[in-house]
Design a protein around this ligand. Structure first.
Ligand code: NDP
Length: 252
């Protein structure tokens, strides 16, 4: 997408990013902060989140808050407590980007370990549902709010070996569509972004033979992440955006 975001696109907006400790989520957090947002960083590994918080401070952006939150093991009460803390500190949310994700094992379905299946479905789908559910009241408090899920090419067309990951991404597209329909007459828009093959550690573990230099970096795909988060997309809901339109799925 050739979108040129104004430097104040997200001025004073309060935006939560999951998976903010690494890869695409980390880049999105840094980019949103540079465009004026106040970031709430969610992730599994606190030390990595603190580094992102520091990088946000070093680039002169508004101070970010860190919440170490394990999407695999968090219980409903933990989500409720998190939402209460955010409500107390900020009062509302202007945006939520779900970027956290788990690849699991690339293996035929017949050989997929059910425990791993459950973990991938939990982190990629169930946790996104639970976090969204507790954050919706805060999103509805914003003048215009953007809720973004992260999809994948294998969430639109199944591919052998991609088992739970692929199925979780199909379900994520469904979750987005149901929510978009439910909130179509509100301030809240709901969309997916399919990043397309991007140079991160998840991609490297999925395609170890691939030359990472042939892939776009997280920074390269930020125009789409900015467009969907900012008010220029205020009339778009229920859409699955491609951050790399026309890119052929599979190894680069
Ligand atoms: P990375 O592996 O680089 O980052 C994944 C992030 O998710 C990390 O911040 C990680 O935390 C976090 N995470 C994983 N498990 C948990 C958990 N249990 N609780 C909380 N946080 C967790 O992946 P990418 O940046 O590549 O992927 C981002 C999103 O984009 C994912 O949803 C992925 O499925 C999707 N995607 C990526 C593509 C690509 O080519 N890179 C292509 C298509 C889709 P920690 O740092 O602690 O490990």
């Amino acid at each position: 997408m050739h979108y040129q975001a104004p430097s104040d696109l997200l001025n004073q907006k309060i935006i939560m990013v999951t998976g903010a400790s690494d890869g695409i989520g980390k880049e999105a957090a840094l980019t949103y902060a540079r465009h004026g947002a106040r970031l709430i960083l969610l992730g599994r590994t606190e030390s990595k989140l603190l580094q992102v918080q520091q990088a946000i401070a070093q680039q002169g952006s508004l101070p970010a808050t860190v919440y170490a939150f394990d999407l695999l093991n968090a219980k409903p009460a933990d989500y409720k407590t998190l939402a209460e803390k955010i409500a107390k500190e900020y009062g509302h949310l202007d945006g939520l980007l779900h970027s956290a994700g788990l690849l699991g094992e690339i293996t035929p379905l017949a050989e997929q370990d059910p425990e791993q299946w459950n973990q991938v479905m939990h982190v990629n789908l169930n946790a996104g549902f639970m976090l969204t559910q507790v954050m919706i009241p805060l999103l509805l408090q914003a003048p215009k709010a953007s809720l973004i899920f992260t999809s994948s090419g294998v969430g639109r067309k199944g591919r052998r070996g991609w088992g739970a990951y692929s199925v979780s991404k199909f379900a994520t597209e469904g979750l987005m569509q149901v929510l978009a329909d439910e909130y179509q007459d509100s301030n809240l828009r709901v969309n997916c972004i399919n990043p397309g093959g991007t140079r991160t550690s998840m991609r490297a573990s999925a395609f170890p033979e691939e030359n990472p230099n042939n892939l776009k970096t997280p920074a390269d795909i930020m125009p789409t992440y900015l467009y969907v988060m900012g008010d220029d997309s205020q009339n778009e809901s229920g859409i699955s955006f491609d951050a790399q339109p026309g890119r052929k799925p599979g190894p680069a």
